[in-house]
Design a binder for this molecule. Structure first.
Ligand SMILES: [Zn+2]
Length: 582
């Protein structure tokens, strides 16, 4: 039997009864007795589509609740659902998409392969991906590669790799799967189709070849004057277009313009260029093409042809929406929803390739994976987890306004995820040698791997009573002070010299209320360097010794250094760590 709800959806009565039973049992367990009103409220919250049928349902709810209220608690436990888990993160509501139908939404990310993806690209990836999955639709990766001068093959690969990593993390972190794109499209393979469409526009008198120099075009678009080329016949335009394609014009000597309105209030709409000559080899096609569509043409035509229903784009392109719609309308192509979203800037960290590239070329940065810059590669190398980036953008939501974010926000998300997972180690920067009187050696120190989570105990063997502690830690210490060496002993300060400190084991091995110091054994202590990213130009570097276990770390391991913060192993011999954040 079906309860007809609305016009299209049907809900099975058996399912509704089962749900009511479960809700009533939970309600009865919580309050001793179930209330029909409370159960009805929960039911409508869980299945809002039942709301129009509320009057039919009330009697059903009353019937079930009466039955439930006769049952003993053991029976209720069986009927109630499993104990409530913490609210799943993906239950956080994103605003609905306009004109979206479940199963029919197609979104895409359209990166240009002109550099390594940054945190800004992550938003461009995750917003459409999340919507595609929320609506059980399709998600496309489309390379917007029609600007060959700045595009390189290695960037296609970098984008694929980083995007794959983030989408996998999105499935894991948000439960939105499958965590990958459904189809990959390389725009440049569709250039012949775009030529066809260009010719169609020329034949309809909607496009013309203009051979005015760029500065004249600019001036006339500003003043609203037309040039002599606008009046050319279709035949002349077809001939000139052929000449553009065959190489009779050099770069900058001719371009194809859409015929719209030279007095349009939106300057972008004044006969915009739609194809231009680029005399640079394409990373995939080499010299095969010399005429390339401009962004407005390729993006709108490709979105339309590949079935995109909702296209997300950064707000800076807002004036171009009109141009893109004009192109679609003149070509008679399907229109779709164009959704603007705000850009993000990370406070104090430059995101733009224009800024980063010269720093790489000059050697100030090591490369696109330098941990001081917010390329995804750099962030991963710094120890920022892909799931932290996913979580960050999920919490930020699909905001339409530009947002300035603080690295600390990402760090705090990362910290929450990392903290229960990673072991903690002692590391002694700027070490000073220490002798301990009254310590029987060899001795076994025992330190907890994690203070709150049971990760076991680490044992450190001390063959001789010689250790390092940090110079920072002895500031403020005086002879006679009592301190605790973590996991080792309670000691008194006997003497403090510039190059050595002498300690003596206290009679009473108390722990409470004492300053606890980190240490590393002189014999077996692992030399290590910790790089702390400051600005794209600088690091702070701390050198010192860590406990012996650090020698067993592998490249890429994430750890926490007590009191210093989270770090990632960047390389070994000497052990080099990069501080992720405190
Ligand atoms: Zn002209």
């Amino acid at each position: 039997m079906f309860l007809a709800v609305g016009s299209s959806k049907g809900v099975r009565l058996e399912d509704v009864r089962e749900l009511i039973t479960k809700l009533a049992a939970e309600n009865a367990l919580k309050y001793g007795k179930a209330s029909p009103k409370a159960v009805l409220g929960k039911l409508i919250a869980a299945k809002p589509e039942l709301k129009p049928k509320i009057r039919d349902i009330i009697s059903l709810v009353e019937e079930v609740v009466a039955e439930i209220n006769t049952l003993p608690p053991e029976a209720l436990n069986q009927l109630a659902g499993p104990p409530k888990k913490k609210k799943k993160p993906s239950e956080r509501k994103w605003p609905p998409l306009e004109n979206a139908e479940e199963g029919k939404v197609v979104t895409r990310v359209a990166p240009e392969p002109n550099g390594y993806p940054t945190l800004g690209h992550a938003k461009g990836l995750l917003v459409p991906f999340i919507y595609a999955r929320l609506y059980k639709g399709k998600f496309l990766l489309r390379f917007e590669d029609t600007n060959p001068r700045v595009e390189r093959l290695e960037f296609y690969e970098a984008i694929r790799e980083e995007f794959a990593t983030l989408l996998e993390a999105a499935e894991k972190e948000l439960g939105l799967g499958p965590g990958k794109w459904d189809e990959e499209i390389i725009e440049s393979y569709h250039i012949p189709k775009m030529y066809e469409l260009a010719e169609q526009l020329i034949r309809k008198g909607d496009a013309y070849v203009c051979t005015c120099p760029a500065h004249i075009v600019r001036a006339k678009r500003k003043s609203g004057e037309i040039c002599e080329h606008r009046g050319h016949s279709i035949e002349t335009n077809l001939e000139l277009w052929e000449k553009m394609l065959s190489g009779e014009f050099r770069e900058g000597e001719a371009h194809l313009r859409l015929k719209t309105d030279m007095r349009h209030p939106n300057l972008t709409m004044r006969d915009p260029g739609i194809f231009r000559i680029v005399e640079a080899p394409h990373p995939i096609h080499g010299d095969k093409y010399r005429v390339y569509p401009v962004y407005d043409f390729s993006i709108s035509v490709m979105d339309s042809l590949t079935g995109v229903t909702h296209a997300f784009r950064s707000k800076e392109f807002e004036p171009h929406v009109e141009v893109q719609l004009a192109i679609l309308r003149k070509l008679g192509l399907r229109e779709y929803e164009m959704i603007q979203f705000g850009r993000i800037t990370v406070e104090g960290i430059p995101l733009s390739k224009r800024y980063i590239r010269p720093l790489i070329e000059s050697g100030i940065l090591e490369g696109w994976n330098d941990p001081r810059i917010p390329t995804l590669r750099g962030l991963f190398r710094r120890g920022i987890l892909p799931e932290s980036i996913v979580r960050f953008f999920y919490e930020l939501g699909p905001s339409k306004v530009d947002a300035t974010v603080n690295f600390d926000t990402i760090a705090s998300i990362n910290r929450k995820i990392l903290d229960p997972r990673v072991p903690r180690y002692m590391f002694v920067p700027d070490p000073i040698r220490v002798t301990i009187e009254g310590l029987d050696t060899p001795t076994l120190a025992k330190v907890q791997v994690h203070p709150e989570i049971d990760m076991g105990i680490r044992e450190i063997t001390l063959e001789e009573p010689l250790i390092y502690i940090s110079q920072q830690d002895i500031r403020g210490l005086n002879v006679g002070d009592e301190i605790r060496l973590r996991g080792l002993a309670t000691v008194n300060v006997r003497s403090i010299n510039p190059d050595e400190i002498s300690l003596k084991v206290s009679e009473e091995q108390k722990i409470k209320g004492l300053k606890i110091l980190q240490w590393a054994p002189l014999e077996g202590g692992v030399p290590a360097r910790l790089f702390i990213p400051k600005t794209p130009y600088s690091y702070e570097m701390l050198g010192g010794y860590g406990e012996p276990e650090l020698a067993n770390l592998k490249n890429g391991d994430l750890i926490q250094l007590l009191r210093l913060g989270f770090a990632r192993v960047d390389s070994k011999s000497p052990l080099t760590l990069i501080l992720s954040h405190k």
